[in-house]
Structure formats: structure tokens, C-alpha cells
Design a protein around this ligand. Structure first.
Ligand code: ZN
Ligand code: ZN
Length: 345
């Protein structure tokens, strides 16, 4: 079968190759026939060598939907032919971290797919602990509707939850990219009063505006961000989500958050960041950070099925698996236009 692998020693770092179809290894595994997948910024991070835990020659891809093709003997909730959304994190549901809901740190799993074990930019993929991490899709939720459930939509929801949003809150979201937009959608669901979308990319701000994802739109390259925020809310923002991971966005979050507010960081940085503790002494910020604990997939599918969430607009372009190298090229190099690409099979 065709598969896109990370190859550390190759020129382009990724290659489309032929490999064997995966087999059931443990009786809790499922083999999934992938029907739609996507490329995530994390795939690009792996490609650039910023994810040291990624295995050489691993099949990339952790954002996808599929149909159950084979089931292990101990899989209880799934059968061949089930159409499912997939959690990007495979987890045992038995260890200390899983019991606390911290599935990202599951001692037997976490973010493994497309990083430590073969992922979904291939015709078939093996899913460990399938009962925990595959979710049957209702008929009115299409593959495309469900594509982002297990990764960026979960990340956006996780980010919004970090802020403990209250009804009167005005929050800022730095980064109007796919995760930032999912955070905007989620913050609305969680009942925020106003959202300020912040990005230096005008096209992305415009999409957020057209889709009604936020209430204010600020390009910090064009105006003084602190002045603009003061016009909206005099003491600063009641919460800030940092979903950009840019050169100065970590500091920007600290700058525009009001005293005693929360900053939630879901951005993945390519370099260490400096926390300006002397400057923010007395500001009494709460700082939260994390890779998503994707434990709300079922809720999100329900919200999609009730038409309360729709992320289809994030898909800018569609490529076939055999043209996935082109899809990477486009996703990586035309940032101005692209939000997400979908890979069809
Ligand atoms: Zn991802
Ligand atoms: Zn676990």
C-alpha cells in the first residue's frame, strides 16, 4: 500500500513509498481503512526535525477518519464497516494519567500515531486501544465534517477550556490559523462574551470575520496591540489563548492579558521562550500550557451532528494520496492562502 514516511536522511525528509498493509498486533487493535486525512503543522514540525521523539521511517499523519477493516479479538465496541472519527492520541484508559483524563501523557500511549508508530497518511493504519480512541459517526456527520475532531478541533476546545471562560469574558486568541479558529468556535460554544482575533495575516483575519468567529480583528503589525486592546477592554483581556507560536507571540500574550487572568498556550514553538518574570511580577497570571488531552471527541461529534460546529471551511484544497508530496509543498509554502488540506483516497 502507499504510505508517506518521514525519512531523516533523505533530501526532502518525506517520501511516498510502498509498504505492507498493517496487521493486528494486540487484540485491542483495529485496522482502519483511511478514507480522508489531513496534514497537520505537527507533521511539518516532524519533517523539520523539531520533534525528537518522532521515529525515522514512521508513516506520518494523525488527523483522519476511516472505516473499520479488521478488529482484534478483544475489541468490544466496533465492527467491520463502522465509519469512525479518530483520536490523535491512543490511550489505555487504565494508567494513572488516563484515569485523571490526561490522555496525552498516557504511559502506554499519548501522541503516538504518525510520530512513534505508523500513522494515517497511508491506505491503512493500525489503531491501538481502538475501543477508547475510535468514535462511530452518526449518518448526518460526513467524513469531512469529522476530519478535525481528534486533533485540531480537540486542541481548540482544550485551549478554550483552559481559560475557565465566564459569561462576561472578553478573550483574545493569538493566531487565526486552523487551531486558533477552532479555539474561537469552542470559546463561543463555552459561552464567552467577546473574542478578539489577533493575527498578522490579513487573509486569515478576514476568514475569521466572514465566518463570524470573532468580534474584533487586530493585526499587530499595523497597530499598537496594547492600545487597541485597551479600546475594547480597559484592563486587558480576561483570558488569552496563544495559538500562533510566532517570534513574539508568547510575550504578546503576557502583555495583553489583564492582571489575574489566564493564558492558555497551545502553540508549538520551534525555540525556547523566555518568561519575563520580573516584568510580570504582581500581574498574578495563571499560565497553562499543553498538548491536547483529547477527551471530548464524543461531545464534539455531537455538537457537529447538531450543526453547532462546522469546520469544513478550513479545508482549502484537496489532494489524492498519490499526490501527497504536492500537498505538503502547498501546505508548507503557501501559508498566506492555505488553512488545511485534505488527502483523499
Ligand atoms: Zn496535529
Ligand atoms: Zn493510559
Amino acid at each position: 500500500m502507499k504510505a508517506l514516511i518521514y525519512n531523516k536522511n533523505s533530501n526532502k525528509k518525506i517520501e511516498l513509498v510502498e509498504i505492507e498493509k498493517p496487521k493486528i498486533i494486540k487484540d485491542t487493535d483495529v485496522i482502519l481503512k483511511v478514507t480522508l486525512s489531513s496534514i497537520c503543522t505537527s507533521d511539518i514540525h516532524i519533517k523539520k526535525g523539531f520533534v525528537p521523539r518522532a521515529n525515522d521511517k514512521v508513516v506520518l499523519g494523525h488527523e483522519f477518519v476511516g472505516v473499520v477493516d479488521e478488529v482484534g479479538n478483544n475489541v468490544k465496541n466496533l465492527k467491520i464497516g463502522d465509519r469512525v472519527a479518530v483520536n490523535c492520541e491512543t490511550f489505555c484508559n487504565k494508567c494513572y494519567f488516563c484515569k485523571c483524563g490526561f490522555v496525552n501523557n498516557c504511559i502506554n500511549g499519548g501522541w503516538e500515531l504518525g510520530c512513534r508508530i505508523n500513522g494515517a497518511q497511508a491506505e491503512y493504519v493500525r489503531i491501538p486501544y481502538a475501543d477508547n480512541t475510535l468514535y462511530k459517526l452518526p449518518n448526518n456527520v460526513s467524513d469531512r465534517n469529522a476530519l478535525f475532531v481528534g486533533d485540531i478541533l480537540s486542541s481548540g476546545y482544550f485551549a478554550a477550556l483552559m481559560l475557565d471562560i465566564k459569561k462576561e469574558d472578553t478573550i483574545g486568541i493569538i493566531g487565526s490559523g486552523p487551531v486558533g479558529m477552532c479555539a474561537m468556535i469552542s470559546a463561543k460554544i463555552l459561552g464567552v462574551k467577546k473574542i478578539v482575533a489577533i493575527d498578522i495575516n490579513e487573509k486569515r483575519l478576514k476568514i475569521a470575520k466572514n465566518k463570524g468567529l470573532a468580534d474584533y480583528f487586530i493585526n499587530p503589525d499595523k497597530v499598537d496591540i496594547e492600545d487597541e486592546i485597551k479600546k475594547i477592554t480597559p484592563y486587558g483581556l480576561d483570558g488569552v489563548i496563544e495559538a500562533a507560536g510566532g517570534k513574539n507571540t508568547f510575550n504578546m500574550a503576557i502583555q495583553i492579558a489583564r492582571p489575574n487572568s489566564t493564558i492558555g498556550v497551545v502553540a508549538m514553538y520551534e525555540e525556547d521562550q523566555i518568561f519575563p518574570l520580573p516584568n510580570c511580577y504582581g500581574k498574578n497570571l495563571t499560565y497553562k500550557t499543553g498538548g491536547v488531552d483529547a477527551i471530548h471527541c464524543e461531545e464534539l461529534i455531537q455538537l457537529i451532528s447538531e450543526n453547532k460546529i462546522n469546520t469544513d471551511f478550513l479545508i482549502t484544497k484537496s489532494y489524492k494520496l498519490e499526490n501527497i508530496l504536492e500537498a505538503y509543498e502547498y501546505f508548507e509554502n503557501s501559508k498566506e492562502d492555505v488553512l488545511k488540506v485534505e488527502i483523499t483516497y
